[in-house]
Design a protein around this ligand. Sequence first.
Ligand code: ZN
Length: 238
Amino acid sequence: MNADWGLQSPRFPVPHFFGTRTLPPSVQGRFALGHVTEGPGEAPCLATLKQIHSTKSIILKSPVRPGPLPDQEGDALVTNHPGTLVSVRTADCVPVLLVDEQAGVVAAIHAGWRGAVAGIVPETIAICVTQFQSHPASLKAAVGPSIGPCCYEVDAPVIDPLRARYPDWPGVLEQTSVGKGRLDLKRLIRHQLLEAGLAPACIDTVELCTHCRADLFYSYRREGQVIGTMVSGAMLPG
Ligand SMILES: [Zn+2]
């Protein structure tokens, strides 16, 4: 990936990017929700979902060709096809990229609070393991820019499901007042990655807040509406 596509993790070993507001038009114009399209640059194929804040992963097994996805809705794309760039769009939610070079599988995950609490990250890892013979100790993860705990105060509609489904919730929620707290989504995801068996050294995080950094990112919470999204993606080299 070209450096002008966005931010990159020095520890993520395959082509990837975390887009900013200034994704080049040549790249931006190629995304079609629910489709595989001809990709930009070194990526022959580009896959993009209709995201629904679920825990559903869409699996693209080789061969992959441009056209509508058989199943267009979901929040993670997993492929073993070299040269297919799997992408997700975010504007405060967390983009998570996974790769197992040995097993030959790569994934892009869209994890908002709903998907993260419901477990989209561990469920996508489970797919890498069961469908692609990945071993969690061989997986590497890059966690991209998202809204930080500095700007993400939540209340009962988020806190109640978090407490119900995630026993370690006090480690990711700092209480601010009665019934309110600051949620650290990236830390929640890091906990889940470690729990799934990834080595600490194999998890890299871009510690930037989409809400604080209006110069770099769109933020749903700051803008009060979707005026744009960042695109992030990864692929096995073709
Ligand atoms: Zn912030």
